[in-house]
Design a protein around this ligand. Structure first.
Ligand code: DOR
Ligand code: ZN
Length: 345
């Protein structure tokens, strides 16, 4: 069996920098035309000038002949100025601004402490400039149970934000719950959308503890109950144009995952397309796959759809146990397991 798809884009990707960037970028460039590149480096990408420099360093490590186009983002802080948004828009290379609530995840310590108190003028400028806000949708209050943090964020931040600034384009990133699906479905089309990762579509929270602690299935937002997984599978396979592909591929070296305080993040770039195909096939919705992977994202961002194609063939392959680089190793999602779908070049 074969499937031909318009070349997909990845609307949520961590490419890192330095050695790690050079090691992981080719895995995304192989399948995807474009990617929204997350700004949570150390230090974070908070200015247009830094985003331009980061883009150059990504292009430098691309395999020769690659057409991969990195779409840059800015990291929102309490002190981001409205003028920075104007510069971002004028640059032509910054496509969105990312909101990390301070302390929510990897390298979020410089994130926002009080969105409505500190960032309203910037958000107003973003609405004016038609610059989307990409949201890590979890509260950080340690008193809130980690499995409820997305739901509480929707109730206390995202809902009020959409009410206050109905013109602002918002992408709720890597949704994990039925609550998020309900919220996205209730919002107006073209203004609020969501990305969905392969891990949140294929795994539930049992995968964190299957036969022992599984650090390579640990990401944030953390995997949820099976009923939530089913709700997001239904949402993406329904044909709604509010949902699109965002892998949240987030590589960490093996030793940073397999230790006493492991990092959050799943390196899924080598398996993402294969897993999305599996999910849509199992839901009897392969006819809806291409809109999710290749149309809904660019349509939301107001960008042209890709014109080139990729071919998927149903032929079993084994995911490597580990990917070795001169400086270390990374364990991919589904390491050592068999998958059905692969891309043919
Ligand atoms: O699991 C995650 N890893 N979630 C995030 O939000 C950040 C990411 C990372 O950068 O490692
Ligand atoms: Zn992410």
């Amino acid at each position: 069996m074969e499937l031909t798809l318009t070349r997909p884009d990845d609307w949520h990707l961590h490419l890192r920098d330095g050695n790690l960037l050079a090691a992981v970028a080719p895995f995304s460039a192989r399948h995807f035309g474009r990617a929204i590149v997350m700004p949570n480096l150390r230090p974070p990408v908070t200015t247009t000038a830094a985003a331009i420099a980061y883009r150059e360093s990504i292009l430098k490590v691309m395999p020769s002949g690659s057409q991969f186009d990195p779409l840059m983002t800015l990291y929102l802080t309490d002190t981001t100025s409205p003028n920075e948004i104007k510069l971002a828009r004028e640059s032509g290379v910054v496509y969105a601004v990312k909101l990390y609530p301070a302390g929510a995840t990897t390298n979020s310590q410089d994130g926002v402490t009080d969105l409505f108190g500190k960032c309203l003028p910037v958000l107003q400028e973003m609405a004016e400039q038609n610059m989307p806000l990409l949201v890590h949708g979890e509260v950080t209050d340690p008193a809130v149970d980690i499995f409820d943090r997305e739901k509480v964020f929707i109730e206390t931040v995202l809902g009020p934000l959409v009410q206050k600034l109905p013109q602002l384009k918002v992408v709720m990133e890597h949704i994990t719950t039925a609550d998020a699906v309900k919220f996205i479905d209730s919002c107006s089309e073209g203004t609020v959308a969501a990305t969905v990762t392969p891990q949140h579509l294929i795994l539930n929270r049992n995968s964190l503890f299957q036969g022992g602690l599984q650090p390579h299935n640990y990401c944030l937002p953390v995997l949820k109950r099976e009923i939530h997984r089913q709700a997001i599978v239904s949402a993406v396979t329904s044909g709604s144009n509010k949902y699109f592909l965002g892998t949240d591929s987030a590589p960490h070296e093996k030793w940073k995952k397999e230790c006493s305080c492991g990092c959050a993040g799943i390196f899924n770039a080598p398996v993402a397309i294969s897993l999305y195909a599996k999910i849509f096939e199992e839901a009897n919705a392969l006819d809806k796959l291409e809109a999710f992977t290749s149309f809904n994202g660019p349509d939301f961002y107001g960008l042209p759809r890709n014109t080139s194609k990729i071919k998927l063939i149903k032929e079993p392959w084994k995911v490597p146990e580990c990917i070795s680089f001169p400086f270390g190793e990374i364990v991919p999602m589904f390491a050592g397991q068999m998958l059905d779908w692969q891309t043919s070049s």
